[in-house]
Design a protein around this ligand. Structure first.
Ligand code: NAD
Length: 367
């Protein structure tokens, strides 16, 4: 029995979370998996209900769960609040308190959608790369982090980029392990030419590779060159491992390669204890207030997050692949939500796309 915490959040969050729950329901009915799903509040809806965006109760339940699903938080209604009360505060706290230091973002181009990318179809067709971003260190957290007044009336702002050997080692280890079950290649991206954190990053990754992962192909690439290569020839990459700041930028760039934000899942993983892998699974899109409550949201990013959970937290590789193949099948049959709609295809709403995926799951698994 797996205990799942479902945090629907704001905007389209509840709609895509319903889709995830239906898919989990299918797996419990058809593939012998048992789930206990509990709902919890975070973000704007938590602020409205209990007066804060990051209720302790939700955080404690998240830490105790086998896996956490998160829809999305935020919306214009809460934009004017001080940061401590804003929905995003809930997001940052849950990631931090769960200790999820590795953010995994696949950029996978389904064949049926290769024409939806802004890049040429031959550049993105068959694309399958994984960005592993360090999530708990680096310049977003380093101290000092401040704006001070200078005697001459100017202001001076400082962010601090900091990494320790152990922080670099633990994220590199995640990348090497994942590469071993993919195409066995890691590209480590930093700025060793201009930053001492980059120098330490490169030295640490090289040393870990030599001592424990020499079977994996390792290359080092400057982060700016990596950004360029991602649009020039993205299929050269398998796993890219990088720090918090570069990972933020490179993973958004990689996401864009595949066409739509409504298609992209993510996993944030913490430490592994025995067989248990702590994980927070969420689509990369936000709460999309412009389409919320209209049955227009694409549920595929959230459903692919379920596939990531099956793979990384529950060790169900075959089930994860079944779900991914099913989505591929539904897209090749011409079904689309409005964000990925193309001429001649059949437009479906959130609930109808979810049903099409459930039907295709049953059809594919009975083969
Ligand atoms: P967004 O991702 O919510 O929306 C960007 C555009 O993409 C919109 O036009 C939206 O309609 C569309 N879109 C997003 N997801 C879609 C889906 N599943 N199906 C179809 N179309 C989809 O980004 P934004 O507009 O910059 O942010 C809106 C709110 O979400 C803000 O409050 C922001 O802070 C928050 N946000 C939350 C998260 C999160 O919870 N992880 C991430 C990003 C933004």
């Amino acid at each position: 029995m797996y205990n799942i915490l479902a945090i629907a959040g704001d905007g389209i969050g509840p709609e895509v979370m319903d889709a995830a729950k239906s898919v989990l329901g299918w797996f419990s009915q058809n593939r012998g998996l048992a789930f206990r799903i509990e709902d919890a509040l975070l973000g704007g809806v938590a602020f409205e209900t209990v007066g804060r965006p990051d209720p302790d109760e939700t955080i404690e339940k998240a830490k105790a769960a086998d896996a956490v699903f998160l829809g999305a938080v935020g919306g214009p209604k809460w934009d004017q609040l001080p940061f401590s009360q804003r929905p995003e505060r809930g997001l940052l706290r849950i990631r931090k308190d769960m200790g999820t230091f590795a953010n995994l973002r696949p950029a996978l181009c389904f064949d049926a959608l290769k024409d939806a990318s802004t890049l040429k179809p031959e550049i993105v067709s068959g694309l399958d790369i994984l960005i592993v971003r360090e999530l708990m260190g680096g310049v977003y957290f380093g101290e000092p982090k401040e704006i001070t007044d200078l005697p001459d009336g100017q202001k001076r702002a400082v962010d601090t980029q900091v990494y320790t050997t152990s922080e670099i080692e633990r994220i590199a280890r995640v990348a090497f392990e994942l590469a071993r079950v993919r195409r066995n290649a890691v590209a480590s991206a930093e700025k060793a030419n201009a930053m001492v954190t980059g120098t330490l990053w490169r030295q640490t990754v090289t040393k870990l590779h030599a001592s424990e992962y020499s079977d994996v192909k390792l290359s080092h690439i400057l982060a700016d060159s990596c950004a360029m290569q991602l649009v020039r020839n993205p299929k050269q990459f398998d796993v890219i491992v990088t720090d918090n700041l570069f990972g933020d930028v490179l993973s958004d760039e990689a996401a864009q390669l595949t066409g739509s934000i409504g298609m992209l899942p993510s996993a944030s993983l913490g430490a592994r204890t025995g067989k248990q892998q702590l994980g927070l699974y969420e689509p990369i899109h936000g709460s999309a207030p412009d389409i919320a409550g209209k049955n227009l949201a694409n549920p595929i990013a959230m459903i692919l997050s379920v596939a990531m959970c099956l793979r990384y937290s529950f060790g169900r590789q075959t089930d994860a692949e079944l779900l991914e193949k099913t989505i591929d099948r539904v897209l090749s049959e011409g079904y689309r939500t409005s964000d990925i709609m193309q001429p001649g295809m059949t437009k479906l709403g959130t609930a109808e796309m979810t049903n099409a995926i459930l039907r295709a799951l049953s059809a594919l698994s009975s083969k």
